[in-house]
Every structure is written in C-alpha cells, then in structure tokens.
Design a protein around this ligand. Sequence first.
Ligand code: 13P
Ligand code: ZN
Length: 273
Amino acid sequence: MKVLESAFAREFINTCEEGWQLGFHERNGGNLSYRIPDGDIDAVREDLDLSGEFVDLGTSVPELAGEFFMVTGSGKYFSHVKDDPESNVCIIEVDGSGAKYRIVWGLVRGGRPTSELPTHLMNHEVKKLASGGAMRVIYHCHPSNVIAMTFVLPLEDKVFTRELWEMITECPVVFPRGVGVVPWMVCGGREIGVYTAEKMREYDVAIWAHHGIFCAGTDFDVAFGLAHTVEKSAEVFMKVHSVTDTKRQRITKQNFLDLAAEFGLDLRVEFLD
Ligand code: 13P
Ligand code: ZN
C-alpha cells in the first residue's frame, strides 16, 4: 500500500488541517509526530526508501530504537499539508542505537523533520514507557490564549492547572492530572526537550511560556482534543481577566471533589488548595 492510502496518514493530514483551521499554526508554527505501529509500517513498506544514510538526532532515545514516525517538516506550513502532504511531511526511521535517524518517505522537495524533533522524540520515549506503548501522538501548536496566559500568571504548574480547570467545568475530566509549565527557553534544541520530557512524565500537557503547548495522546483525536480544550479554557480565562481581576463566584474545592467522585477522576487534588 502507498503511505497516502493508509488510515494513519489520512488522520495525520486531517489533524494538521484541523489545527490550521482553528488558527493554531501561523506560517510554519507548530509540529506533529506519530509513532507508527509495526503493522502499519509493514503495510506501507513497499513505498519506503530504506537506502538513505542515518544522521545525528541531536539527542538519544534508546527506547525508540528501530521505530518509525510520521513527522511534519521544519519550516513547512500546516496549511499546505492537506494539498501536498508528500512535500510537507515525512516518515523517519530511528536507528538501532536511538541516536540517529533517516528519512524514508516524504519531503520530496527537500527539507528535514521539524526543528523540535528532539522534544518530540524525548516526549515519545517518556510517554511510551509510561503508557505501556499506548501513547503515540505528540502535538505542538501556538494557540493565542494559552500564550497570552503565560504573560499573566506565575509560571507554576499548580497555578495554571487550577485556573484552567476552573474556566470550563469539564476541564478536570479532560486533564485530571493537570498541566506542566516550562519557563521560557530557547526552542528547537535538546535542552528544552529534556525539560519538557520531565514535565511529560507527570502530565499530558506541557505549556511553553510565551511560545505554545505540547500535548500527548493515544491517538490524534486525544492529543488534538487536549490542546483544543486547554486553549478554549485559556480563552475563557483571558476574557474574564480582560474585564475583571476578581471573580464574583468560583468553582470551589468541594465542587471539584464532587466532580471527581461522580466521574471517577484521578484528580491531582493537591492542586486544589
Ligand atoms: P518547525 O517549522 O521547525 O517545525 O518549527 C516550528 C515551531 O513551532 C518551533 O517551535
Ligand atoms: Zn513552536
């Protein structure tokens, strides 16, 4: 089968288009990666070119040795993925040491995988181990209200989590373990990847101060839905705070505990105080 005939490629492309339509991806902003199951790679193997040289990853991810990923290209626009996926997306293979990779499909007009590849792969490594292999998608975007919030609140996991939970009642249901916050750092390298992966041990969401958000999920809907939910909640936060500094009424600690009991949530209750 051709890569573009596969269900995973279709879902990958749809996710890029959804993010673009929602305004999460100005210019080349954001990137997406998918750890492809062995069976799905076998199904498209005839369409892969496995003759290329492996090159340095810029980090080491031994738990991902031999795995294949579909990844957006660096400098490529999410808005172009739907019409020309082969020029804007690639599949990479990680070598047996977990320190190198090669492109085996896509980027037909040149280019390389996203500059955030170290962060994506380190997140994948952490999430693969933590989930017994279930987590497969890492999604990064630049949603305006999440970014705006990072200029308003102290950059603390607890403060962000408490506010985001409270802005839409169903937020604790969607991300009961909360969100991690990464202070401003130079993007595109290993250092921010190491810091983000540490947050991803605890959370499925890492907010990059003054930059954007990373979300992890078992599939495209889960990862994208998480980013969308956090952004919607941040939008409510920014609307409220553009009118007033004080809330007239709030969702209380007891309200959250009642919600957690009713929905059977593994809520990080230490963030409620
Ligand atoms: P890339 O175009 O290299 O994916 O970079 C976009 C981005 O959002 C960097 O954080
Ligand atoms: Zn970015």
